[in-house]
Design a binder for this molecule. Structure first.
Ligand code: SF4
Length: 94
């Protein structure tokens, strides 16, 4: 997919997080809980536009590492990739 700069990145990431939360089968804890926590954090970030999101970004990193390292299958292992990339490479939420 390609997007221009008119696409609101935080809302796009929230939609992706909703997808991963929906698709998690719930078999393993890192993915079952992590995808929910990821979506919750992104919701908070989107809703308080302009406020400091540092705490939620730290939470997203911690949850993302747990999902990547401990999930059983590729869905959980990659559920945080787009958010991580947006934070590290595109400066989302700054
Ligand atoms: S990582 Fe895979 S097995 Fe584990 S809950 Fe997610 S979808 Fe299910």
């Amino acid at each position: 997919m390609a997007f221009d700069d008119s696409v609101p990145l935080p809302r796009l990431l929230l939609r992706m997080a909703e997808f991963f939360r929906d698709e998690s089968c719930g078999q393993c804890v890192p993915c079952r809980v992590g995808t929910v926590r990821q979506e919750e954090a992104l919701h908070r970030i989107v809703e308080r536009t302009g406020a400091d999101a540092a705490g939620d970004i730290a939470l997203l990193r911690e949850v993302g590492r747990a999902m990547r390292d401990a999930s059983i299958c590729g869905l959980g292992q990659t559920a945080w990739n787009a958010v991580e990339s947006a934070i590290d490479r595109l400066g989302a939420y700054e």
